[in-house]
Design a protein around this ligand. Sequence first.
Ligand code: FAD
Length: 315
Amino acid sequence: MPNLSTPIGDLRARYDVVVIGSGYGGAVVARWMAKSARARRERGEDPFTVCVLERGWEIRPGQYPTSLLGALRSGQLDTSIGHFGRPTSLFDLRMHRDVTVLVGCGLGGTSLINASVILEPKDLSDPVWPDTLRARWPADLQKKNALKSEFERVREALDAKPLPDDIELSKVTRLVESAQGDAHKVHRPAIAVSFHTHVNQFGVQQGRCALCGNCITGCNYSAKNTLIMNYLPAAAAAGASIFCGIQVSAVEPSDARAEASDWLVHARILRATRAMVQVRHGLGPHGRLRHVRPPRRRPSMTPTTTRASSDTRRA
Ligand SMILES: Cc1cc2nc3c(=O)[nH]c(=O)nc-3n(C[C@H](O)[C@H](O)[C@H](O)COP(=O)(O)OP(=O)(O)OC[C@H]3O[C@@H](n4cnc5c(N)ncnc54)[C@H](O)[C@@H]3O)c2cc1C
């Protein structure tokens, strides 16, 4: 499987579209923006450039931890007293007073460490959604069944299907039993996992699920349909440049007074080789990480004033 990320030396000073992060949100945007840039190029129109900036590394199947010690070594912990571990480590646990979150840090984001269960979201007209949240969505998506077709596209790209009937898992059997033998009460949700060896629709060779249960420490069998199997290769194939080990710290308009302006993306290149401890006392919330070599010049990418950049500003 070829690498998706581009060497840092190829980073340019300007891009028309800068996607920050390569989780589901970033990967889907990168794919569609790169695809529309390519379509413009093919029509002989002025194309635009797309890049993805991801703070974590590209981790390939076979490189995920297989032991508890390995998993601990692949972790970083953020607490009110400081940040422990490398800022590029895969399991990014943030424990704070009000909320604790686990985020995947690597090319593909949390898709690398999630359970890959793909549930269809309820329609936005469903009262389950709080009014305040619903009001923020575009009017078109608030119409009945509007999410259905979008979900279908995503389900197809992630190749999410229920566990095949011919695979027996004692966990599923026990669940069926606990539902008093009524198999209809147990629903097998779609999962983004490959159960046969094949080259997928994005030209990526995938393996067969080994039923090892290690989906959330990273699939070493190329069987989990993480974003490095689908959306990100599609984005790269359409011309997006993907950079790993770049942490964006701020985004600001180059001219705050102008209606449409370029955007400056402030970032630092992470080259951590050793575990780090950043203690916040005396440093403030934006204290500089030790052992991180800052770039000689702070890279600032200034997208030209495209429709995309002015739309972003309004959002
Ligand atoms: C253990 C676990 C199991 C889960 N199981 C499921 C499941 O079965 N089904 C389901 O639907 N959901 C599941 N989820 C949740 C799901 O994975 C997330 O909701 C989803 O990944 C969020 O997508 P995102 O694009 O918003 O963010 P993420 O996927 O988290 O991606 C964000 C990306 O941005 C990068 N990034 C962050 N800050 C910066 C910065 N400053 N500069 C550059 N890059 C940056 C991060 O490194 C990361 O790659 C699970 C989550 C976890 C932790």
